[in-house]
Design a protein around this ligand. Sequence first.
Ligand code: 5GP
Ligand code: ZN
Length: 132
Amino acid sequence: MSCIFCKIIQKDIPAHVVHESDSTISFLDIHPCTKGHTVVIPKTHLSSIEDAGEHVLSTLLSGVQETVAILRKVLSPDAFSIGWNNGEEAGQVVPHLHVHILPRWKGDGGGSMHSIVQKDSVGTIEELAALF
Ligand code: 5GP
Ligand code: ZN
């Protein structure tokens, strides 16, 4: 298995583990965007949320919640940005589903989900709604 996150699960390469359960492991990101930037991964190898079953989804979200509680206790941030890059074009580099948790502080200069991308040629909301 060449996946770097599977190697972390197998303890073949080291990581600073923040939380671990039967189904997930959370560890400090090696290139942190903020103090305490942590990634939460399922112990099953899959790359996209589209491939995840109910058990992976529910345990992953529980892992995120438990990790947030630990980060809250240790670092006392004001808030958290939580999300993931789903697919290469969205910025996913490691092809093993992982949720980023970024502790945030008032005035830290960071943006919101709306700052990831802004395009003005997306059509009207009515045109889009007609597709569904
Ligand atoms: P992606 O861009 O795929 O959403 O995020 C992958 C993240 O994993 C990056 O933030 C990167 O810094 C982190 N990362 C990549 N390799 C390692 C590693 O070997 N150890 C740790 N702790 N983090 C890693
Ligand atoms: Zn993997």
